[in-house]
Design a protein around this ligand. Structure first.
Ligand SMILES: [Zn+2]
Length: 152
């Protein structure tokens, strides 16, 4: 067997753009359909734990209860609980950088939703900012049916 001369080996670094698709699932599909058809952000409520989850999940993380029929409509207003500023460009991004990606805890929800915040300069952005959902004019049947959140 021939020896491998490591001086002949080299590493090529690169990145792949990898298109993919996946089934949003029963809960994710209903969430998207409510956004698309009613312009409503929905979640699920665990009565036992007194918690509302957005985005919705089938099982309560506290008591493992089935939440698949425990739907509630949420307000389209909320509070930023964390954020980052995206300053680099990648092909999969939803918009041109720089933009703000934030954790938005909707009023009445106990978990945050990740989305884009526009209408405020990154330097002025802060945790605690009150925001309101702005729905897209054209549906894409994705989370981007919420175009972004804007200062309320
Ligand atoms: Zn629970």
């Amino acid at each position: 067997m021939a020896e491998i001369n490591k001086d002949d080996c080299f590493v090529v670094k690169g990145k792949l753009a990898l298109p993919y698709q996946y089934f949003a699932g029963r809960m994710g599909s209903r969430f998207i359909i409510a956004l698309r058809d009613r312009k409503k952000i929905t979640g699920v409520r665990c009565e036992r734990c007194d918690r509302v989850f957005v985005p919705p999940r089938q099982t309560c993380e506290g008591c493992q209860g089935d939440l698949s029929e425990a739907w509630v409509d949420l307000d389209d207003t909320g509070t930023v609980t964390g954020f980052t500023v995206i300053r680099y460009k990648e092909p999969h991004q939803p918009c041109e950088p720089p933009y703000i990606l934030a954790l938005v805890q909707l009023d009445g929800a106990d978990t945050p939703l990740v989305h884009i915040v526009r209408g405020i300069e990154p330097e002025a952005m802060e945790v605690g900012l009150r925001v309101k959902a702005v729905f897209a004019d054209q549906t894409t049947s994705t989370i981007m049916d919420i175009s972004h959140f804007a200062p309320a």
